[in-house]
Design a protein around this ligand. Structure first.
Ligand code: ADP
Ligand code: MG
Length: 332
């Protein structure tokens, strides 16, 4: 089937027994080859369920998942659950051999029929994931982030076509996380690997994804390029997931000098200008939250709180009176 879509879910539904609102409902999606597709949603929105359905760890009650034009087999049809051309990595790195070293953990995924090839491939993958300096270390002695790298190396050394990631960076410290995210992007670029990842972390999906799908209560609410979803989310839910935004009801909006016929106004912290010299200095600095090279200020006026980004660190202190100007907002 030359023209079959690469990887596709058509109207899949999976409800867990006993639970009324659970699992996923009527989801259709297309996953593009050699791209990173990220699925974001709040906790319990159905992300893990969706990933298991895509991989074949579960069968949908209705609908079908196709990979290269063929239906994915569920666990009742297949001896070893999970599609052979795919690998899945979750936060649980249970299948690592803690007492073997990094090299052996990764090399063990390949057959020993060609020892030279096995060595070459192991070195290649460990290099791609920046782990050559760790090869002799026992996995038990590694940090959470390093263990996660071993799990990913084990997953990709067999050259799957699709790598499925279920919040794999949750336990990884921020500094480590960015390196790992970059390395995965690089592998996608170099090898044409297709990645489907689920996460509830906006920083992760915004920096990694080529395509972003937002799910809520088991259904897709919107999808698109991360940048356009961030700038112009169709739903309040999406704005809340992607930004640490200010959500104001009509009364609160009035305090900020805005009128709306809708229910809510959303203002991202970076859309607010602040100044001590504006004529209307009616906002009090309640808190200064140090963020490294910038600060978040929490401002208060008539009981309304606003989070504002301030890139002139240390200019304001708690108790200061300042003025604001809102450059952009969204209405819902
Ligand atoms: P997420 O990964 O987005 O947190 P899940 O896919 O794990 O969400 O779960 C989606 C919904 O289905 C949740 O309401 C969850 O409680 C429910 N659920 C998940 N697994 C089961 C299960 N095995 N039995 C019953 N309900 C489940
Ligand atoms: Mg989950």
């Amino acid at each position: 089937m030359a023209d079959a879509p690469f990887f596709q879910a058509i109207s899949i539904t999976k409800t867990y027994p006993g639970a009324t609102a659970s699992g996923v409902k009527n989801i259709s999606l297309d996953i593009e080859q050699s791209k990173i597709t990220a699925i974001i949603g709040s906790s319990g929105s159905g992300k893990s369920t969706l990933l298991k359905l895509l991989y074949g760890l579960m069968s949908p009650d209705e609908g079908v998942v196709n990979f290269r034009g063929e239906r994915i087999w569920g666990p009742e049809e297949k001896l070893i659950p999970g599609h052979d051309s795919m690998k899945m990595v979750t936060q649980h790195t249970d299948d690592l051999n803690l007492f073997a070293n990094v090299w052996d953990n990764v090399a063990a995924m390949l057959p020993s029929t060609n020892v030279k090839l096995k060595e070459e491939k192991t070195e290649q993958v460990l290099t791609q994931l920046n782990m050559m300096q760790l090869v002799k270390q026992r996995v038990a002695d590694l940090s959470g982030g390093e263990k996660q790298r071993v799990a990913i190396a084990r997953a990709i050394i067999t050259r799957p076509e699709v790598l499925l990631l279920d919040e794999p960076f949750n336990q990884v410290d921020t500094s480590f996380r960015e390196g790992l995210q970059h390395d995965i992007r690089q592998i996608v670029k170099e090898t044409g690997l297709t990645v489907v990842m689920v996460s509830h972390d906006p920083a992760e999906v915004l920096s990694m994804a080529d395509e972003l799908i937002v799910i809520k209560d088991g259904g897709i609410v919107e999808s698109g390029h991360p940048k356009s979803l961030y700038k112009n989310p169709l739903n309040l839910y999406t704005a809340e997931l992607l930004s640490n935004c200010n959500i104001l009801n009509t009364e609160e909006a009035k305090v900020c000098g805005m009128q709306t016929a809708k229910e809510y106004i959303v203002v991202y912290p970076e859309w607010i200008r602040i100044s001590k010299v504006l004529a209307t200095n009616s906002w009090t600095v309640k808190q200064v939250l140090f963020k490294g090279f910038y600060e978040d200020l929490i401002l208060e006026n008539q009981g309304v709180l606003l989070r504002v980004v301030n890139d002139e660190s240390e200019k304001y202190t708690e108790g200061d009176l300042i003025g604001i100007r809102i450059k952009k907002w969204l209405e819902y």
